[in-house]
Design a protein around this ligand. Structure first.
Ligand SMILES: Nc1ncnc2c1ncn2[C@@H]1O[C@H](COP(=O)(O)OP(=O)(O)OP(=O)(O)O)[C@@H](O)[C@H]1O
Ligand SMILES: [Mg+2]
Length: 536
């Protein structure tokens, strides 16, 4: 310390100063509760110093994260710019001196001290008053982590020794603040980590194999996939259109030891009988007119992998017999051939019609049904697992936003409305709706009033709300569109056809099936009502 020989104070003065110091300490100790907000707490401590003890300026410089500089972390009496200029090397100037020696340092007159850098520029170069500087180290477990300093106007009554003693006590308290804050930060980081890992686990539970669902029934689906995937057991996927049967079929394949071999998909409803036979089992050269070369079928392509037979309920009876043999013996002959082919294929079949009913009316073989029904997995319609709807909306909104470089949000009423909606086209309808709305939207928020009319019509069983709340922050008053009045039969039919098309992503065959129409009848109605797939 440069100057310790100071005139002692008169008795009454010392008593008053001591009382003020106690008052200051009391005020500072009361600030400990706010240690979680370190910068505010430190600034308040320095303000107490000024208010109670009349110290001119006070600064606290702390070691920065690089460990190579002292930077002003809190101050009283410095502007933001002055604070920002206060960056010191560890051996630089008076701060450096206090820091490296870990002992107090007093400058009775800063203007005559060569070590004094005045980097912040806070002290006038030429001044009539004499400014004294007192700096003490801040020690954490005996190791310097910063410097606490004050400026005082020089006066004959000043006892530097007293000030140093008091500031040292204060620096100890500040060190307590720092250590408390460090502990709080560590705890918080740990909590954040735990939170992240819990979220990750939840995400894992509700989002597996690209399939989303938190409902009990979807949890059962996840469980079935994991249980069945390692074996080669035949799987039968049951569920309405758009419930995710193909998604689950792929998930079973991807989670199975066959994952690096082929996953072959055949839609049994897409081809007439003889084409389908050749498609599935292949043909030899000359098997039929036009069979100029031999061709391997999908079963041979799927050897060692998985074949996914979609819409199995549509498989013609003749081919049902051939499939039964593959299931029993893993054997078949190509169309027009006599050679027996042996394959190692896992069969996953899917249907959105009741096979039991098909068996009852004689369009599906009983024995084949039992062979296929080894491990049935039921995919429930979306309306029976409404708790999955917000999760799916959120998922598809995120992916549509990403794909279209947008940042759309949903209003609370939009979410509630769609959670209550019937979703006849299930997840496919939901996915198509969100993609279409994100593309067409001209504001940042998806609202009930922006929904396509088929969803708002009384037939959907929903009445749109009059007010909308934007999630998550603002509230918007939006008037719902006027409900459509009485409609002609023609209008109603047009609406039905259009909504079935929208629900089915404008795939005519699917929409036709949903309405019980043939593809030709569907084509006719699209023409009649001038319906076209919208160009986004
Ligand atoms: N649980 C889900 N999580 C995420 N996406 C899903 C889910 N279910 C379905 N999808 C998505 O919905 C769409 C329709 O699913 P998928 O094609 O598997 O239905 P499907 O049951 O095979 O319908 P169809 O009987 O009409 O062929 C796909 O884009 C699929 O990725
Ligand atoms: Mg499908």
């Amino acid at each position: 310390m440069k100057n310790t020989t100071t005139p002692s104070r008169p008795c009454t003065e010392t008593a008053t100063t001591a009382a003020l110091e106690v008052q200051a300490l009391y005020n500072i100790v009361n600030l400990i509760g706010s240690a979680v907000h370190l910068d505010t707490a430190l600034s308040s401590v320095l303000k107490v110093l000024h208010d109670t003890l009349r110290m001119e300026r006070a600064t606290l410089a702390l070691l920065d994260e690089s460990g190579r500089h002292l930077t002003i972390r809190a101050s009283y009496g410095l502007s933001v710019e002055e604070e920002q200029r206060g960056v010191y090397g560890l051996k630089e100037g008076i701060y450096g001196q206090v820091f490296t020696t870990a002992s107090p340092f007093v400058v009775p007159d800063v203007h005559s001290e060569p070590l004094f850098l005045n980097r912040t520029g806070a002290r006038p170069k030429i001044s009539k008053t004499t400014i004294s500087f007192i700096g003490v180290p801040v020690l954490l477990s005996g190791v310097p982590v910063g410097v606490l300093s004050v400026d005082r106007l020089f006066g004959a009554d000043i006892s530097f020794e007293e000030d140093v003693r008091f500031l040292t006590v204060l620096a100890t308290l500040i060190a307590q603040f720092l250590s408390l804050n460090r502990a709080i930060r560590q705890d918080r980081e740990q909590l954040v980590q735990e939170n992240l890992s819990l979220k990750e686990k939840l995400h894992g539970r509700y989002h597996r194999h690209q399939i989303i669902g938190q409902s009990k029934t979807m949890q059962e689906v996840f469980w079935s996939i994991e249980r069945v995937a390692p074996s080669s057991a035949t799987v039968l996927l049951l569920g309405e259109s758009g419930t995710g049967k193909e998604l689950v079929a792929r998930a079973v394949h991807d989670a199975s030891p066959r994952k690096n071999d082929a996953f072959i998909k055949v839609n049994c409803a897409a081809l007439p009988e003889n084409f389908l036979e050749s498609e599935l089992f292949g043909h030899e050269k000359g098997a039929f007119t036009g069979a100029v070369v031999a061709r391997i079928g999908r079963f041979e392509q799927a050897d060692r992998g998985t074949i996914f037979l979609d819409e199995i309920g549509e498989l013609p009876l003749l081919l049902q017999a051939k499939l039964l043999r593959v299931l029993q013996e893993q054997q078949f002959e190509r169309l027009g051939g006599s050679r027996t082919m042996t394959v190692d294929v896992r069969i996953i079949a899917a249907t959105n019609v009741s096979l039991e009913r098909a068996v009852a009316i004689g369009t599906f073989r009983n024995d084949l049904f039992y062979r296929l029904n080894v491990v049935p997995i039921n995919l429930p319609p979306l309306r029976n697992r409404r708790e999955d709807i917000p999760l799916l909306l959120d998922h598809f909104l995120r992916s549509s936003n990403k794909r279209n470089e947008k940042n759309m949000r949903m209003s609370r009423e939009f979410l509630d409305f769609l959670t209550d909606y019937q979703w006849p086209g299930n997840v496919r309808e939901l996915q198509n709706l969100i993609e279409r709305m994100v593309i067409l939207a001209n504001s940042e928020v998806l609202r009930v009033e922006d929904l396509p009319e088929y969803l708002l019509s009384p037939a959907s069983g929903r009445i749109p709300p009059a007010m909308e709340t934007v999630l998550p922050t603002s509230v918007a008053a939006v008037h719902a569109p006027a409900m459509s009045g009485r409609k002609s039969l023609r209008d109603l039919e047009r609406e039905q056809v259009e909504s079935a098309l929208v629900r089915n992503g404008w795939v005519q065959s699917r929409a036709a099936r949903e309405l019980g129409l043939t593809q030709r009848q569907m084509g006719y109605r699209m023409k009649k009502y001038d319906l076209h797939r919208p160009e986004y």
